[in-house]
Design a protein around this ligand. Structure first.
Ligand code: MN
Length: 291
C-alpha cells in the first residue's frame, strides 16, 4: 500500500500515477485531549485502518500523482533520527574534503567497528520535515548546501531496547529521504535541521511491499545531472542494527523516522535547482530548491 498526504492535508492511496482521495478515513482517528502522546496517529493505526482505506478507495475521487502537491507522508513525526557516515565511499569522500569534515566530524573510526559505533546516531528537528511538493528553502545562502539522498525508515509501533533480530517488525514502511545539510563547523543538529531540510516522499510504501530494503538501488539527479547512485546493500550499519542502536537510547514511537545514511556523491544545490530522487521499489520525486 502506498499512502500519501497532499494539498491541504488530504489523505491518498497511490496506485500507479493515480491518487485516490481516502480522506474520509481520517475521521476514524481518535480526538485527542492534552497532553497528547508522542507520535503519528495515522501511522500508529495503519494496520487496523487498511480495510477502511481500501473500502474508501472504491468510491474515491481521483487525481493524477503529478498534479497534487505532495506533503510529508508522516504528518507528525516525534523525531527524526539519522545515521552519520554509513557508506564506505561517503566516509572516504568526507575524509578527503575539508568542507565536509571541517575537522569536527572526522571520519576516522579505528578501534570501532563502524562510524555509527563511534559517533552513534543523531537527531534532526522533527519540524524540518516537508513533502516533495513543498520543496527546500535554502537557509544559508552563499554556503555549501548539500543534498544527501537516503532510504528513510518509518517506525510503526512503540518500542525500546529492540534487538536487531526483532527490529524489522517495528517498521511501518519506507520512503525516500533527503537529509539536506549545510557544510560548516556547527553541530549537525543545527546544520541539518533548518525548516525544509528533511524531505520525505513521495509517499509511504508499507513494509509488506518492500521485500528486501537492504538491496535497493537509489539515486539523485540535480537538473538532470546524476549526483549520487548507490544501493542500500552497501550500508555499513544495516537497518535492523540502526533500530537496535537508536532504541537503546530513545523510545521509538509510531511515525519516528530513521534516515539510514547517504552514499558518496553529495553535492551542493542552489535556488532554482530541481532534485530528482529515486529509490527502486518505492518511487521517484521531484523537489524544487528555492531561496
Ligand atoms: Mn545524512
Amino acid at each position: 500500500m502506498k499512502i500519501c498526504r497532499y494539498d491541504d492535508g488530504r489523505l491518498g492511496l497511490v496506485e500507479g500515477d493515480t491518487v485516490y482521495d481516502v480522506s474520509s478515513v481520517k475521521d476514524r482517528l481518535p480526538r485527542l485531549e492534552w497532553p497528547v502522546p508522542p507520535g503519528d496517529l495515522l501511522i500508529e493505526r495503519l494496520d487496523e485502518l487498511k480495510p477502511a482505506l481500501l473500502a474508501a478507495k472504491a468510491n474515491a475521487p481521483t487525481r493524477k500523482l503529478g498534479e497534487v502537491r505532495l506533503l510529508s507522508p508522516v504528518a507528525t513525526p516525534a523525531k527524526v533520527i539519522a545515521a552519520p557516515l554509513n557508506y564506505h565511499a561517503h566516509v572516504d569522500e568526507s575524509l578527503a574534503d575539508a568542507q565536509i569534515h571541517n575537522n569536527v566530524h572526522v571520519a576516522h573510526y579505528e578501534g570501532f567497528k563502524s562510524p555509527v559505533a563511534k559517533f552513534g546516531v543523531f537527531l534532526k528537528s522533527a519540524q524540518s520535515v516537508v513533502g516533495a511538493g513543498e520543496g527546500v528553502r535554502i537557509a544559508f545562502p552563499g554556503r555549501r548546501n548539500d543534498h544527501e539522498v537516503e532510504l528513510a525508515v518509518v517506525i510503526g509501533r512503540q518500542g525500546k531496547d529492540i534487538p536487531a533480530r526483532d527490529a524489522m517488525s517495528y517498521i511501518a514502511g519506507y520512503c525516500i529521504g533527503l537529509d539536506m545539510t549545510v557544510r560548516g563547523t556547527e553541530d549537525r543538529s543545527y546544520r541539518k535541521s533548518a525548516d525544509t531540510y528533511t524531505v520525505l516522499g513521495p509517499y509511504l510504501v508499507t513494509a509488506d511491499e518492500v521485500s528486501d530494503p537492504g538491496n535497493l538501488g537509489f539515486s539523485i539527479q540535480v537538473n538532470g545531472e546524476m549526483r549520487q547512485n548507490a544501493n542500500t546493500r552497501d550500508l555499513i550499519t544495516g537497518i535492523a542494527e540502526l533500530i537496535e542502536i537508536a532504541s537503546h537510547v530513545y523510545t521509538l514511537y509510531p511515525g519516528d523516522v530513521i534516515m539510514t545514511g547517504t552514499p558518496e556523491g553529495v553535492g551542493t544545490v542552489q535556488p532554482g535547482d530541481v532534485m530528482h530522487a529515486r529509490i527502486e521499489g518505492i518511487g521517484t520525486m521531484d523537489v524544487a530548491v528555492r531561496g
